[in-house]
Design a binder for this molecule. Structure first.
Ligand SMILES: [Zn+2]
Length: 253
């Protein structure tokens, strides 16, 4: 490539800078989820681990439209589910799932879940994504199936079982429910969610049209290394962030 790429991973000198940054990314993530049509009623949550209180996470206030969320609306929730910062309640399912994922995966800085249409349609098949496109290879060997459904996730034991099914992967398909993605940054978790939803859509479309040709396993593994890494996931989010902030600058309020 020769010339440097436009975006570089951020560096922080203070914890306040880092916190401000992740809250801006989180608010932008909700605006993008709204724009991509991922909101449905009160379902869906994205969380970001606080850089200082590392067993606390930032999350959307319950029942506030994704399309309106501003940085100042976000809640800080403790590991016991107490809202430490913010004026609204936290979604019980958000706490049950995300607290257990954050606890089980110290490397995970952010997690995203929503009831997006193609993700939930695909989840009803009770199977993993196939490597049928270059983009889907980001999930090749790096996503899991939570092969159970027992009702709305409200208790911590169910959240623990989901975290266990997720394992060391970047994503899980929650059967009869939808998608869950994680990342080493908010940027990455949100990007994996967007592209996983679209990979579900692509596979549903392709399989509805006829027999599908799979990418061979060696090429799928090679491609996974090329398109599925933490930096690439982070990078893919940057132009979306730039676009949504330019269109909806109040998200930074
Ligand atoms: Zn859900």
């Amino acid at each position: 490539m020769g010339k440097p790429i436009r975006y570089q991973l951020p560096q922080f000198t203070t914890v306040e800078d880092e916190r401000r940054h992740l809250k801006e990314r989180l608010a932008a993530g909700f605006r993008l989820f709204a724009r991509f049509g991922f909101s449905e009623g009160v379902a869906g949550h994205i969380t970001a681990r606080d850089p200082e209180l590392t067993d606390h996470f930032w999350v959307n206030p319950f029942a506030v439209p994704f399309a309106h969320i501003r940085t100042s609306d976000l809640l800080l929730v403790s590991h016991t589910g107490e809202v430490v910062v913010g004026d609204y309640a936290v979604n019980d399912a958000a706490f049950a799932i995300h607290s257990q994922v954050h606890a089980a995966r110290p490397d995970v800085k952010a997690a995203a879940h929503a009831h997006s249409v193609h993700g939930k349609a695909f989840s009803a098949l009770g199977r993993l994504l196939d490597p049928i496109t270059q983009d889907a290879c980001a999930f090749h060997g790096d996503h899991a199936l939570f092969d159970d459904y027992t009702g709305v996730v409200l208790d911590l034991e169910e959240g623990k079982r989901i975290a266990h099914a997720l394992g060391e992967n970047k994503a899980a398909i929650l059967r009869n429910h939808g998608l869950l993605t994680v990342g080493h940054s908010v940027d990455e978790a949100v990007w994996w969610f967007i592209t996983m939803e679209r990979s579900c859509q692509a596979q549903l479309l392709a399989q509805a049209a006829g027999p599908v040709v799979l990418i061979d396993p060696d090429a799928a593994t090679l491609t996974a290394g090329q398109v599925g890494g933490h930096f690439i996931g982070w990078l893919a989010f940057q132009s979306l962030y730039e676009q949504i902030v330019a269109d909806e600058p109040d998200l930074l309020d």
